[in-house]
Design a protein around this ligand. Structure first.
Ligand code: 1GP
Length: 236
């Protein structure tokens, strides 16, 4: 069997971006998810869902793998979106290998990544180097709390663009603008537009998106993929 790591998830992101096809990832937090309810959960997610993301800021050991396995019947690519290296599992298809470029905490710029590296070398998980930018969503996010970093203010668009550009020059393959799970205010269309104009990487946007009007605004501003979690939690 081929032991090369696949790059199919990233390739499809790049292709979708080129074709203007919009992607939707539904985020499942293993800390709040009951694997025995996976079948019912999968019935509640939108038909246009293209990916499932699995991860959270604080997840008990082992819960990620159980969650991923329970979601396999969906047939959708399952991508880890981990808050910690302890959430890695080969049961998933790929991994957003996040570096928190909006903050200045070395543990989330390179520390967690070092702890994950040996596992990743031995695993078949597709690794997608992703610049993660936390943007102020109007409340205290779990990301800010856990990483002990400050979100970038929404009104300083130039600064956000500078961080995005720096991340691109550092070699990120993908950019994630995050307002935080349960954000009161999603990342603004003006920010998405400015970042889209400045960089050419696939652009993922999440945090606080609940309505189809918000989705359309983010897509129209230039997001390639949206991530929604809270809107689909606790429906059972
Ligand atoms: C959080 O971007 C995701 O990491 C999703 O946020 O839960 O607010 O949809 P919501």
């Amino acid at each position: 069997m081929d032991t090369q790591k696949s790059s199919s998830i990233y390739s499809s992101l790049v292709q979708s971006k080129a074709e203007g096809k919009k992607l939707l990832a539904i985020l499942v937090d293993p800390d709040k998810f009951q694997p025995q309810h996976a079948t019912d959960f999968l019935k509640t997610i939108p038909d246009q869902t293209t990916h499932l993301f699995v991860g959270g800021s604080e997840v008990p050991q082992g819960a990620t793998e159980l969650t991923v396995k329970s979601l396999k019947p969906s047939g959708l690519p399952i991508v880890l979106f981990p808050g910690s290296h302890t959430q890695l599992t080969e049961a998933a298809d790929g991994l957003l290998f996040l570096s928190l470029y909006s903050g200045d905490n070395p543990e989330y710029l390179i520390g967690q990544q070092r702890k994950a590296a040996r596992y990743l070398k031995e695993s078949r998980l597709e690794v997608i180097p992703t610049a993660y930018l936390l943007i102020d969503g109007g409340n205290q996010s779990a990301v800010a709390r856990v990483t002990q970093t400050q979100a970038l203010p929404q009104d300083n668009i130039e600064d956000i663009v500078d961080v995005a550009l720096a991340a691109q020059y550092c070699g990120a393959r993908c950019l994630y603008l995050e307002a935080g799970s349960g954000a009161l205010v999603p990342v603004s269309a003006a920010i998405i537009q400015a970042v889209r104009k400045a960089i050419n990487l696939p652009l993922i946007v999440g945090g606080g998106i609940r309505s189809s009007a918000q989705m359309q605004a983010a897509y129209a501003a230039g997001a390639d993929m949206l991530v929604m979690g809270t809107a689909f939690e606790n429906q059972d």
